[in-house]
Ligand binder design. Structure first.
Ligand SMILES: *Cc1c(COP(=O)(O)O)cnc(C)c1O
Length: 220
């Protein structure tokens, strides 16, 4: 068995245990396996072991490896978890089933135009900069509820959830709690939060999906 497949089984078991410990239903949390920087041959065994939801952070890199894999495994769900430029909106809508990085008006507008043009509707998340970090993408938490409403009313976008990446040098708990609270206020159901170092904690704080890369595929 490949290391990645062994790691996948461990991560799935840890998620199941965290769901149980938090009194959440089995399967309440979707595992997004983050395959960025890994080649198709390294990803394939993980697909063959049953994993179906994958995350990539660059449109161009994903275009190189996923069309063929998606053709071979049509039930794969591919998520964009990295920053999106508006000139890549067409490619992103064409390739991804879920886009988790809607983080400004310009992107909302570009996605709405492409969704109309392509007749294809990826599920969408608004990224929230819970730590108000200058170098990080995402909507200011204080503007999140208004922005979600604006995406819906102005652009007709069906925002399904919120996503955050807490500052790496802080305890993630307060950031996870803030995202959950904002989701309730904005009336969205899903929270994408938690990575290799803190996904079990994110499950305890109500994540509906966790994005796990290195704990499955190894160091990048
Ligand atoms: C790379 C990445 C991950 C996965 O990070 P790991 O620490 O390797 O699990 C999760 N979310 C985003 C947005 C990423 O870019």
């Amino acid at each position: 068995m490949s290391h990645a497949v062994e790691n996948l089984q461990d991560v799935k078991a840890n998620i199941a245990a965290a769901e149980k410990a938090a009194d959440r239903a089995p399967g309440a949390v979707t595992l997004v396996a983050v395959s960025k920087t890994f080649e198709a041959d390294q990803v394939r065994p993980v697909i063959e072991a049953g994993q179906r939801v994958f995350g990539e952070n660059r449109v161009q890199e994903a275009q190189g490896k996923w069309p063929a894999l998606k053709e071979a495994f049509p039930d794969i769900e591919l998520r964009l978890i990295g920053p999106l430029q508006s000139n890549k909106a067409a490619d992103a809508v064409a390739l991804f089933d879920v886009i988790e990085s809607v983080d400004r008006e310009k992107i909302a507008r570009a996605l709405a135009a492409e969704i109309k043009k392509q007749g294809k509707a990826p599920r969408l998340y608004v990224q929230v900069n819970t730590g108000l970090e200058e170098q990080k993408a995402g909507i200011d938490p204080r503007q999140t509820v208004t922005f979600v409403k604006h995406c819906r009313e102005e652009y007709g976008l069906a925002i399904e959830g919120l996503m955050c990446i807490p500052p790496f040098d802080e305890h993630p708990g307060p950031h996870f709690a803030l995202l959950r609270k904002l989701a309730a206020e904005a009336g969205v159901e899903k929270c994408s939060m938690g990575m290799s170092g803190d996904y079990e904690k994110a499950v305890a704080f109500g994540a509906t999906s966790v994005r796990v890369g290195s704990a499955i595929f190894g160091a990048r």
